[in-house]
Design a protein around this ligand. Structure first.
Ligand code: PGA
Length: 262
């Protein structure tokens, strides 16, 4: 029963998180300019946690710009090994040193174009925690899977596989992002009800696996979130924030999302 877990959101337990996934956009200069403007636009926000996830090359510069502000920094991926002959990869310590406290793991674009699986997601999640980084673990069904009516099964496999073997503390501090693949970059948002249904399912599953961590874990919605649809999504009891691509690229629209996301 989806409704067996009390779903009223308690801000004591879960602070809303609005995360911008910049994907492969912005040079160092563009990234630094954007956060400078964002910093000013969200300076008086204290009830929502704010996160930006620039490309690797811009992390260091963005970190310099946001020092002492209410904006947090995340990377979009990491490799799980500490160092060595892994040409083209970035280690957890490298992104930590660049100023990151978060890292996105297993985004559907990485699963789709770069062959990531629940198994490699799990290795990255564990490496993130081992290095003091909080993973934002992405899950979500494709259109074909939704039409076949196997959405819950797909999500369950991704959560059980990607988050296997976490301690209770890790399970509590992990962030999950539910991003239906058919809603990413398409302008087609899941309806608030559709999203809430899956978020409630994830929290119930989490309760089964990780007991009390279910009340603490933040579950973000992602997929064409914009300033118009954000507040209806955020009203849902199990939606604790957003993972936003397109609408996070401009300071103005991202600041609007932050402000509407209580
Ligand atoms: P979108 O991307 O907001 O542009 O749909 C979301 C995401 O992929 O994280």
């Amino acid at each position: 029963d989806l409704h067996s877990f009390p779903t009223r959101r308690s801000s004591d337990l879960r602070t809303s998180l609005m995360a911008g996934n910049w994907k492969m956009n912005k040079t160092v200069e563009e990234a630094a300019g954007m956060v400078k403007a964002l910093k000013a636009a969200v300076a008086n926000v204290s009830d929502v946690e704010i996160l930006v996830c620039p490309a690797f090359t811009a992390l260091y510069a963005v970190n310099n710009e946001i020092k002492g502000s209410n904006i947090n920094l995340g990377a979009q991926n990491l490799f799980w090994e500490a160092k060595g002959a892994f040409t083209g990869e970035i280690s957890p310590a490298m992104i930590k040193e660049a100023g990151c406290s978060y890292v996105i793991i297993g985004h559907s674009e990485r699963r789709q174009y770069f062959s990531e699986t629940d198994e490699t997601v799990n290795k990255r999640v564990k490496a993130a925690f081992a290095n003091g980084l909080i993973p934002v673990v992405c899950v979500g069904e494709t259109l074909e899977e939704r039409e076949k009516d196997i959405t819950f099964k797909v999500i369950e496999t991704q959560i059980r596989g990607g988050l296997a073997g976490l301690s209770p503390e890790e399970a509590s501090s992990a962030v999950i992002a539910y991003e239906p693949v058919w809603a990413i970059g398409t302008g087609k948002t899941a309806t608030p009800d559709q999203a809430q249904q899956v978020h409630a399912f994830i929290r119930k599953l989490y309760r089964e696996i990780y007991a009390d961590a279910a009340g603490k874990v933040r579950i973000l919605y992602g997929g064409s979130v914009n300033p118009k649809n954000v507040s209806d999504l955020m009203k849902q009891p199990d939606i604790d924030g957003g993972l936003v691509g397109g609408a996070s690229l401009e300071a103005d629209s991202f600041a609007q999302l932050v402000k509407y996301s209580k």
